[in-house]
Design a protein around this ligand. Structure first.
Ligand code: ATR
Length: 263
């Protein structure tokens, strides 16, 4: 039976196997395609991927920390993956490895409305931030990037566009996106990030890519201020749906994926 997988390090916490398995069952493809998690360390990543087509894999999702390596080893890149500089989706077909990026489009679909013309603050300058900055600029948002290590936000903006900001005025943005790992290990976002729990306004949209078993401290504060919130699970669902559509050519069952991802 053809297989799909998510490759990460670590990958045990991933909601992708539950989400994709539920989707495949809903599409009636449960007997034709399977989806599993594979933990692979960075130094073993390339060899693992190159072996996959011979092991009946049709495709894979790629997550932290392999998104850059996935791009480098592919034979063919989508325009989006090349421009962002990272791939989260691989397709194995006709003896070739094709790399795509569905993170950017998945993020845009998770937003309550178009970011065109809006002033947006992106926190972080890692792989996740690249896809977000690229997506927001493509849609015509005005993007500013803050990062703890400013050299990285400078490099990101030089490559992709956007403006580096050292001390952002939180009240000036209609959209705030946290792409940093802050909150993942229980860190206090209001101690580590240039944000104050009291300064979210009701007209703002706040996105936190970090997800855990419940709303993050960042989103709880935004919600308490009546801002619109988008969590990391919704972005996971939207990027996963787009990957599934690439592999199967079928519309993804979003509600089923959402329910399974939220477990
Ligand atoms: P990813 O691919 O998920 O974006 P990454 O490339 O490791 O992962 O990037 C992690 C991001 O979280 C970086 O922007 C990092 O800031 P630095 O570039 O200064 O390291 C940010 N980050 C992690 N821990 C942080 C903390 N305690 N405070 C502020 N930013 C933090």
């Amino acid at each position: 039976m053809p297989r799909l997988a998510v490759l990460g390090y670590p990958v045990g916490h991933s909601r992708s196997p539950a989400m994709h398995s539920a989707a495949l069952a809903e599409l009636g493809l449960g007997e034709e395609l399977s989806y599993e998690a594979i933990e692979v360390a960075p130094d073993a990543f390339e060899a693992r991927v190159r072996a996959m087509p011979g092991e009946d894999f049709a495709g894979a999702n790629v997550t932290v920390p392999h998104k850059g390596a996935a791009l480098s080893l592919a034979d063919e890149l989508s325009e989006t993956a090349r421009e962002i500089g990272a791939a989260n989706t691989l397709v194995f077909a006709d003896g070739e490895i094709r790399a795509e990026n569905t993170d950017a489009e998945g993020f845009l679909r998770s937003l309550p409305g178009s970011p065109a013309g809006k002033r947006a603050l992106v926190l972080g300058a890692g792989g996740a931030a690249r896809a977000i900055v690229w997506a927001l600029l493509r849609e015509g948002a005005e993007v500013e990037v803050w990062n703890r290590t400013e050299l990285r936000s400078q490099n990101l903006c030089e490559e992709l566009g956007g403006k580096v900001v050292g001390a952002p005025d939180q009240t000036a943005y209609e959209l705030i996106v946290n792409t940093t790992a802050v909150g993942l290990g229980g860190e206090d976002p209001f101690a580590e990030l240039p944000l104050s729990a009291e300064a979210f306004g009701s007209s703002r949209t706040v996105v936190d890519m970090v997800y855990g078993s419940g709303p993050t401290a960042l989103l709880r504060a935004a919600d308490a201020a009546n801002a619109t919130t988008v969590d990391g699970i919704e972005i996971l669902v939207q990027q996963g749906a787009l990957s599934l559509e690439i592999w199967t050519g079928r519309p993804a069952p979003l509600e089923t994926m959402r329910a399974a991802a939220r477990g």
